[in-house]
Design a protein around this ligand. Structure first.
Ligand code: GDP
Length: 331
């Protein structure tokens, strides 16, 4: 019984002109590559690069432009792909001239919308690390205006585009991905509610539910998120996984660096404790609490146990609903 089989995974398509940064985004977010190493990524000529990240909560595909994707090619079944897609991320290189990218964006969005009006359209204005803050805002305003003008000219104002400023050299790419993924999780309000209940009953200040592989947070309680806390969580996940990979796995027994037993406690020098625990095979809970509150660890662990059970039920229920819908459709 796997509540995270591919049926319920949010499906994401990453598109954009060649060299806009798609492979780099994939490598940095899902394969822990360091941003500098992406300088040496080789260009590929494949139309579609599927990421079979079985280990992640998210599943996604990459498509290249231009040339490789021809919407008029009858052998290329884009309709089927758009139908199964939850979010389409279009990457625009902000350090390059973006006229061609904007026209591709328009073509793609209008095609995809016709096939599946429920897709979320997400535009990453990428490689903004080289730009000053003023420049970033100016670029975003310009791209936003042009893309929406194109839609208005085609009388398609009802298509909504969301914009994000991203770079692989900081956490902005993880933050943008987190927002894109969160929009695709119908259970999000329930998850937030469960997190709120869990933290208020356990004396915890902040809690995040993380996809361990990508370090995307798929939910948090309703108190505001500050970037520093988020970055600390990412660092903690890295430490736990790296140490487990290097010293935790024995060569003769096949195992995963992340399993049911996975947990970690880090005492920071400002009387705060960070507490990480496994929730499902993809997800971990990372909490921040005061040292005094951590003295009641037994209570926290008991509440956590209830929280974990509730999460499993939420996803299991959704799977059942989806299966039933499918059966009804087939009748
Ligand atoms: P793709 O063809 O769309 O897959 O593009 P690549 O991932 O191969 O990236 C093309 C180039 O852009 C590489 O040299 C990357 O190092 C660079 N790049 C990707 N993302 C960023 C970014 O956020 N900032 C900067 N400055 N360069 C980036």
């Amino acid at each position: 019984r796997d509540p995270f089989c591919s049926e319920v995974k949010p499906r994401i398509l990453l598109m954009g002109l060649r060299r806009s940064g798609k492979s780099s985004i994939q490598k940095v977010v899902f394969h822990k590559m360091s941003p500098n190493e992406t300088l040496f990524l080789e260009s590929t000529n494949k139309i579609c690069r599927e990421d079979v990240s079985n280990s992640s909560f998210v599943s996604f595909q990459i498509w290249d432009f231009p040339g490789q994707i021809d919407f008029f090619d009858p052998t290329f079944d884009y309709e089927m792909i758009f139908r199964g897609t939850g979010a389409l991320i279009f990457v625009i290189d902000s350090q390059d001239d973006y006229v061609e990218a904007l026209s591709r964006l328009h073509l793609t969005v209008t095609r995809a919308y016709k096939v599946n009006p429920d897709i979320n359209f997400e535009v990453f204005i990428h490689k903004v690390d080289g730009l000053s803050d003023d420049h970033k805002i100016e670029k975003q305003r310009d791209i936003h205006k042009r893309a929406n003008d194109d839609l208005a000219d085609a009388s398609l104002e009802r298509i909504h585009l969301s914009f994000y400023l991203t770079s692989i050299y900081d956490h902005s790419i993880f933050e943008a991905f987190s927002k894109v993924v969160q929009k695709l999780i119908p259970q999000l309000p329930t998850l937030e509610n469960l997190l709120n209940i869990f933290i208020s009953n356990s004396g915890i200040e902040k809690a995040f539910l993380f996809d361990v592989v990508s370090k995307i947070y798929i939910a948090t309680d309703s108190s505001p998120v500050d970037m520093q806390t988020y970055e600390l969580c990412c660092d903690m996940i890295d430490v736990v996984i790296d140490i487990s990979c290097i010293y935790g796995l024995s060569e003769d027994v096949a195992g995963s660096p992340y399993d049911k037993e996975s947990m970690a406690i880090i005492h920071l020098n400002n009387t705060t404790v960070m507490y990480l625990k496994e929730v499902t095979k993809f997800l971990a809970l990372v909490c921040f609490l005061r040292e005094e509150s951590f003295e009641r660890k037994g209570l926290i662990d008991y509440n956590f146990h209830c929280f974990k059970k509730a999460i499993e039920e939420v996803f299991d229920l959704r799977l059942k609903v989806q299966r039933n819908r499918k059966l009804l459709r087939q009748r």
